[in-house]
Design a binder for this molecule. Structure first.
Ligand code: NAP
Length: 274
C-alpha cells in the first residue's frame, strides 16, 4: 500500500481524507496533538519515521480573521511550515500536495474566471502567506501540487470535524434560526468537499504546479444562495394560485416577464436596447 502522511488529520479536510482512504493507503495521520508543525525537528523526525511516498498537507491556520490578527503565527504555520515540509519531501523523494486557497485572488481587480497565472496582490495576511508558501514550496519541490481550494462545506459526519459553511448557513436560515445576508459582489466556487476528497488520489498524480481547485460558479454569492435555497425547497416568491384560480390571470415568471417587457421596448425603440 502507498505510504501517505496527512497533516491536519484532525481537521475538516484532513480528517475526511484519512477516513476515506484508510483502507487504500498506509496512512500516518498527523494531527496537532501528534505534531506541532512549527517544531521543525519534530517535523523532520515524523517524516523520517513515516518515509512517505505522498504527503498531503492540509494543516494550517485556516481562519482568515485569526491570521489577520496573528500575522506572526500565520507566518510560522501557513508559510514557514509548508516551506520546510517541501524541503523534507524533496529530500525524501515524496510527492507533496499542498492546500493553498482561493484567498490568493482576494483583492484582484481583474474579472474572472481567473487563471492560475493571473497577477496577484492578496489583500489579507492569510492569502499573502498562502501565495508566498506556494512559491517557496515549488522552489524546493517543483513536483509539488499546490491546490488553490475554494470555500468548502459538508454536512455533519460523526467523528469528523464539522464545517458546514454555505450549506449550514442556508439550512439554518430556512429553519428560521437566522436572517440571511449574502454578498452581491463576491464570486466564489463554493464547493462540497466530498468530490474533492474522492478526487485526491487523482489530483496527487498531477505534474508539479499551481491549480485552481473547486466547483465552477458564474453566479455571485447572492444568486448562488437563491438557487440553492430553491433546491432546499424554499419558496421565495408569492404563491399566486388564488389569482389564477379566481380569474385565470397568469402573470408568468419574472424572467419571462422581463423578456416580454424587452420585446415591447424593442418594438417601441426600433431594437435599440441600451
Ligand atoms: N475549508 C475551506 O473551505 C478551505 C478553503 C480554502 C483553503 N483551505 C485550506 O485547506 C486546508 C484544509 O482546511 P480545513 O478546512 O481542513 O482546515 P481546518 O479544519 O482548520 O484544519 C487544519 C488543521 O491544522 C491543524 N493545525 C493548525 N496549526 C497547526 C500547527 N501549528 N501544527 C500542527 N497542526 C496545526 C489544526 O489543528 P487544531 O485545530 O487542533 O489547532 C487543524 O486540525 C488548509 O490549508 C486551509 O487553509 C480550506
Amino acid at each position: 500500500m502507498k505510504r501517505v502522511v496527512i497533516t491536519g488529520a484532525g481537521g475538516f479536510v484532513g480528517g475526511r481524507l484519512t477516513a476515506h482512504y484508510r483502507d487504500r493507503w498506509d496512512i500516518t495521520p498527523l494531527d496537532h496533538k501528534t505534531l506541532e508543525l512549527t517544531d521543525h525537528e519534530a517535523l523532520h523526525a515524523a517524516l523520517q519515521a513515516a518515509a512517505p511516498q505522498l504527503v498531503i498537507h492540509t494543516a494550517a491556520l485556516s481562519n482568515t480573521g485569526y491570521c489577520e490578527s496573528h500575522p506572526l503565527e500565520s507566518f510560522e504555520v501557513n508559510l514557514q511550515a509548508p516551506a520546510v515540509l517541501a524541503k523534507e519531501c524533496a529530500a525524501l523523494g515524496a510527492k507533496l500536495v499542498f492546500f493553498s486557497s482561493d484567498q490568493v485572488y482576494n483583492g484582484t481587480r481583474k474579472l474572472g474566471p481567473l487563471p492560475e497565472d493571473a497577477p496577484l496582490d492578496p489583500v489579507n495576511v492569510y492569502g499573502r502567506h498562502k501565495w508566498e508558501a506556494e512559491q517557496r514550496v515549488l522552489e524546493s519541490c517543483p513536483e509539488a501540487v499546490c491546490l488553490r481550494a475554494s470555500w468548502m462545506y459538508d454536512f455533519d459526519r460523526p467523528g469528523l470535524k464539522s464545517s458546514t459553511g454555505f450549506w449550514g448557513t442556508l439550512r439554518r436560515s430556512l429553519a428560521g434560526k437566522m436572517p440571511l445576508s449574502m454578498a452581491v459582489r463576491e464570486y466564489r466556487g463554493i464547493t462540497w468537499v466530498q468530490p474533492v476528497i474522492e478526487a485526491m488520489e487523482q489530483m496527487a498524480t498531477l505534474p508539479g504546479g499551481v491549480y485552481n481547485m473547486g466547483a465552477e460558479n458564474p453566479l455571485n454569492t447572492y444568486a448562488t444562495a437563491l438557487e440553492c435555497l430553491g433546491l432546499l425547497g424554499a419558496e421565495l416568491s408569492m404563491d399566486t394560485s388564488r389569482l389564477k384560480a379566481g380569474c385565470g390571470v397568469d402573470l408568468g415568471d419574472t424572467v419571462g416577464s422581463f423578456a416580454a417587457c424587452l420585446r415591447a421596448f424593442e418594438e417601441q425603440q426600433g431594437g435599440n436596447v441600451i
